[in-house]
Ligand binder design. Structure first.
Ligand code: MV4
Length: 601
């Protein structure tokens, strides 16, 4: 018997498809919804029925609670699965579903709320005996209090937004001098993104691992954990690679953090699939960070080592069924790794690069799983997350899985937009990853970006250096044996011009001033301007703060000098490559060199 006759999936892309697949296996009819921009999207054709939820801003369609509920009623759906993002952690929507007699395939709204405020969640966990990172469990009111906490706990400290999560709004404060400015910035960010300037303090742990524990809880008081996922490899709090088991967790530690996760879930009366996020310090201490009250992007690696279908478990739990197994039945087998294949340009600082996928072929074979929402001809829209696919592999041990991932990355063909395929090839073959270290700093490094660019090219194509050559590959048979030839021909003359123009744009567009120009590395809005014309600045000093992708990004002076031509104001938009100001190196007389920059302090 199917647990529900019909279920609406309030999401798009790979996760909508992933949920629709499970619904099909369960014998439930699957209903898709789609925005105007997603009329031709793949998830629509995976469903038994599909409904438009435009008009309105396409990005906001999947956030339109009323419209989605109305669609569920119209379609006769008995339940709604929210996937991740959008309405997944919206307690009000969960309540509205239940109020409308539609089953919410997710946790109780009270559990979402309890974990929504990070400060309240910390207090709740502390009271339940769950270890939290040392710091405050009430709002931070002043820079003086921050300085006092630094004296008590030791520097550095972390300031975090109570309404945030996933590291959004995290500021590191390394000394009392930085307190005021960091607090101001953290508050501004909290206000801008969550309409809540409430912040709190934690001791800042150096070089920690991000280790999270998957839990499942049913409506009958059964709670089990399914082991951990190591998500240490991230960039600007965006996870890039996840794996299980963690290279830093052995069986006794797994049992300990598993128990912590089960305690945390019980403390908020949890039900459904959820994740306890934590930090594992170099000394082996484990601290609760926050709980994700949803199915996560990286749940797939847990599925590979447990053999479970977590979405199936969510649906059955929502239908009131008890878990069909206990903790002792959970067997973790082998090692799984996930690489997120995003449409991002590593060379341009992981800039999202929407566009049309012109060619697409997924890898396959033993131990390979691809979850994707695209095919050849699909548009990667600038309105949504630029993730093209999740590439997961399963092997007998970590090294087996790593090599299998490298093989699968080589099989993956995606053309039309830059992707992270080259980045993952570079990262997974780096000794740091091979050794299972934290790789902090490596992800951002110029070295890896260069290596990634080399590995993005088709196999056999020349790297940089030498005269520009256009390469084309050709399959030939020579005396009955197959060869792949790489034809190296001079590139078309216009390509040189196009490249020169691109470089000019990147430098700020004004040839003479190019070396002086501080340019915006991204499109966004100016949140703060920290310098004035005539100011002396040091290399690395903050010139302005640009908000993009809901994150604050500091734009720094690239060298010592004096500011002129300041061309931005608070609240104004800036585009990628736009000149923010010039930092000219003044002719410095030998005797006056130490005072030439006097005003920068
Ligand atoms: C921290 C931290 C150090 N100390 N909190 C939080 C969410 C996650 N996305 C990053 N977070 C961090 N919180 C304290 N008190 C360092 C990070 C962090 C991090 C942690 C593990 C692995 C990679 C990381 C990358 C950046 C920041």
């Amino acid at each position: 018997m199917a647990p529900f006759s019909k279920v609406l999936v309030a999401n798009r892309g790979e996760i909508a498809i992933r949920i629709l697949r499970t619904l099909r296996e369960l014998g439930c009819s699957g209903v898709a919804v789609y925005s105007e921009a997603d009329r031709g999207a793949l998830h629509v054709s995976f469903a038994d029925e599909a409904y438009a939820i435009g008009p309105g801003l396409p990005a906001e369609s999947y956030l339109n609670a009323e419209r989605i509920l109305e669609t569920a009623r119209r379609a006769g759906a008995q339940a709604i699965h929210p996937g991740y993002g959008f309405l997944a952690e919206n307690a009000e929507f969960a309540r509205a579903c239940e109020g409308a007699g539609i089953v919410w395939i997710g946790p109780p709204p009270e559990a979402i709320e309890a974990m929504g405020s990070k400060i309240a969640a910390r207090e709740r966990m502390r009271a339940a005996g769950v270890p939290i990172v040392p710091g405050t469990t009430e709002p931070l009111e002043s820079a003086e209090r921050l300085v006092a906490m630094g004296e008590e706990l030791g520097w550095p400290l972390a300031i975090k937004a109570s309404a945030g999560g996933g590291g959004k709004g995290l500021k590191v404060v390394r000394s009392p001098e930085e307190a005021e400015r960091a607090l101001e910035s953290a508050r501004r960010e909290g206000e801008a993104y969550f309409a809540d300037a409430t912040v709190y303090i934690e001791r800042y742990l150096e070089d920690p691992r991000h280790v999270e524990v998957q839990v499942l809880a049913d409506a009958h008081g059964n709670v089990v954990h399914l082991g951990e996922r190591d998500c240490t490899i991230q960039r600007r709090h965006q996870k890039l690679v996840e794996e299980t088991p963690s290279p830093a967790v052995d069986a006794p530690l797994r049992e300990r953090i598993g128990r912590i996760a089960v305690d945390a879930a019980r403390a908020v009366g949890y039900r459904s699939a959820g994740t306890i996020e934590g930090l594992l310090s170099r000394e082996g201490e484990y601290f609760f960070l926050e709980m994700n009250t949803r199915i996560q992007v990286e749940h797939t690696v847990t599925e590979l080592v447990t053999g479970l279908d977590l979405v199936r478990e969510q649906v059955l739990i929502a239908a009131g069924e008890p878990l069909g197994f206990g903790q002792a039945d959970v067997r973790l087998s082998g090692h799984a790794i996930e690489c997120r294949i995003n449409a991002e340009d590593v060379a341009a600082g992981f800039l999202p690069s929407p566009g049309t996928i012109t060619a697409y072929r997924e890898p396959g074979g033993a131990g390979v799983r691809v979850d994707s929402g695209v095919a050849a001809g699909s548009e990667i829209s600038p309105l949504y997350d630029p993730m093209i696919a999740k590439l997961c592999v399963h092997g007998t041990d970590r090294e087996h899985a790593r090599r299998r991932m490298l093989r699968a990355l080589d099989e993956f063909v995606i053309e039309g937009t830059p992707t992270l395929l080259g980045f993952h090839r570079a990262l997974l073959s780096h000794p740091c990853f091979v050794e299972g270290e934290t790789c902090h700093g490596l992800v951002e490094s110029e070295l890896l970006a260069r290596r990634a660019a080399e590995l993005e090219r088709p196999v056999g194509a020349p790297a940089a250096a030498g005269p520009p050559l256009d390469s084309r590959r050709k399959e030939v048979e020579l005396d009955g044996r197959r060869f792949t030839l790489t034809l190296l021909e001079p590139e078309a003359p216009w390509l040189e011009l196009a490249r020169a123009r691109r470089e000019r744009v990147l430098r700020g567009g004004r040839a003479g001033a190019a070396a002086d120009a501080v340019v915006s590395p991204m499109q966004g809005t100016v949140l703060a301007v920290e310098v004035r014309d005539g100011d002396g600045v040091r290399a690395g000093q903050v010139v302005c703060v640009v908000e993009a992708m809901k994150m604050e990004n500091e734009v720094h002076a690239h060298r010592d000098g004096v500011v002129s031509g300041l061309a931005v104001r608070v609240g104004e938009p800036v585009t990628t490559g736009q000149v923010i100001c010039l930092v000219a190196q003044e002719p410095v007389e030998p005797s006056a060199s130490s005072s030439a920059l006097g005003r920068s302090g």
